[in-house]
Design a protein around this ligand. Structure first.
Ligand SMILES: C[S@@+](CC[C@H](N)C(=O)[O-])C[C@H]1O[C@@H](n2cnc3c(N)ncnc32)[C@H](O)[C@@H]1O
Length: 434
């Protein structure tokens, strides 16, 4: 497919999302809950993309490209309601934009956002200026030329900007592509989208257990509970491609960006120490370049259906524990899961907490919860720096030297940070409440 096909592809994709905006959302639900999109927790964005040093409430400009029914723009506008920077939403689908607007209206934040109906490929012609952070989740794999899409967005970033991306994972979606090919072969593309969905639903009920989608069905929502919106998006999409780990790195670098980190939703699946337990094997794998280590993990699990990551214009953007000016900062998720309380009240020195992951999965975060850990957790109040906490610990635990105390705190920090529960933020920049 060439770039010349882009308008035709956009027209087909737009038709689909005008008919069924994705994901299906009820604006009235905004009164009951706030959806957290893992890519857009700004304390994490600051940690991974700006060394924790960006004043997010200053002129921090964000763009949601292909914003759909609003999950990211709602969460960003909620966090940035006191911020001074613009928030811009763009999507091909007017129907999707209407849902996103109603959601923000329900929160009294509709006017916090500039709303645009159009293609992200046309952004450079819209005089919008450059952005600090772009969210583009589940969109670029639906373009005729995702490389052109990412290059366009990269061009919309400031020189030190960052982008949060989600694109599909090739191996995890193997069975989905079998079914997309099947429906392409035998489906009635002349029929209305409603009839195509109804026909596909009937056929899906008859899939044999040896079918590849059925074999990996637990990776996806059960078919019985899949609504028409999801069914159309999953099996009948007119334009859809997926990526492997090496392809992600090539794609990001081809657009002049640097890979920063996977989002916490799936991060552990890319970690060799989680997949491989033989010491000699692990040792060999850990000597490979990072992308090959992660490629090995992806092949080992075979179950990554989405790649969710941050990429940045500048290299080396992750905040560092060794930075004298950073303060450990709890994330919104940590608040929701009451992580501090759970560590402080841990009845055993082996703290363990279930962390919910997409698709009803859970992983367990574990660390030592001795008196030093508990005191570290108490002292980490979002304003004390790492140095400040360590010097306090040194005065309270005179029998332990600073290296040992530092090691203990780093171990706890690493466990919590791996799950995006605790991040680092420069002491000079305001805290963003969740
Ligand atoms: C699968 S939905 C994802 C929506 C949203 N980003 C989310 O994660 O909930 C894909 C969205 O991308 C939009 N889209 C696809 N191609 C686009 C383009 N070239 N420019 C702008 N939006 C586009 C579609 O209209 C649709 O709303």
């Amino acid at each position: 497919m060439t770039v010349a096909d882009a308008p035709a592809t956009s027209a087909r994709v737009r038709k689909q999302y005008e008919y069924l905006p994705y994901p299906h959302r009820e604006p009235s639900d905004e009164k009951k809950r706030l959806l957290i999109t893992g890519l857009d927790e700004l304390n994490c964005v600051n940690h991974y993309c700006f060394r924790g040093k960006r004043n997010l409430l200053g002129n921090f400009r964000t763009l949601v490209a292909g914003g759909g029914t609003g999950d990211a723009v709602v969460f960003l506008a909620h966090q940035l309601q006191k911020g001074m920077g613009d928030i811009v939403y763009v999507d091909l689908s007017d129907a999707s934009q209407q849902v996103a607007r109603q959601r923000l209206r329900a929160r009294g934040l509709e006017n916090r956002v500039k709303w645009i109906q159009g293609s992200l490929l046309d952004l450079p012609t819209m005089n919008l200026g450059k952005f600090d952070y772009i969210n583009c989740s589940g969109v670029l794999h639906h373009l005729a030329d995702p490389n052109a899409g990412l290059a366009t967005l990269s061009g919309m970033l400031k020189d030190d900007g960052a982008i949060g991306l989600m694109v599909y994972g090739e191996y995890g979606r193997t069975g989905v592509y079998h079914l997309q090919n099947l429906f392409r072969l035998i489906g009635n593309r002349e029929a209305s989208l409603a009839d195509q969905v109804a026909e596909a639903r009937e056929l899906l009920k008859t899939l044999p257990i040896c079918n590849w989608y059925k074999r990996g069905a637990e990776l996806f929502q059960p078919l019985e509970s899949v609504g028409d919106t999801e069914l159309l998006d999953l099996f009948l999409h007119t334009q859809d491609r997926a990526y492997t780990v090496p392809q992600i790195y090539d794609w990001v670098e081809g657009a002049g960006l640097h890979f920063a980190e996977w989002s916490a939703d799936a991060r552990i699946w890319y970690r060799p120490s989680v997949a491989f337990h033989d010491d000699a094997l692990l040792d060999r794998i850990e000597k490979l370049p990072r992308r090959e280590q992660e490629a090995a993990c992806e092949l080992f699990w075979g179950s990554i259906i989405k790649h969710t990551l941050w990429a940045t214009k500048q290299p080396n953007t992750v905040a560092s524990w060794a930075d004298d000016d950073v303060a450990p900062t709890w994330t919104r998720l940590a608040g929701v899961l009451e992580v501090r309380k759970s560590i402080l009240e841990s009845p055993t020195p082996n703290w363990c907490l279930d962390i919910p992951k997409p698709g009803n999965a859970k992983i367990q975060a574990r660390c030592l919860a001795d008196e030093v850990t508990k005191r570290f957790v108490e002292l980490a109040d979002g304003s004390r720096t790492v140095i400040g906490i360590l010097s306090q610990l040194v005065s309270e635990f005179p029998d332990r030297d600073v290296e040992r105390l530092n090691r203990e705190c780093v171990d706890v920090f690493n466990v919590l940070n791996a799950n995006d529960l605790l991040t680092l933020r420069d002491k000079s920049v305001p805290f963003i409440p969740g």
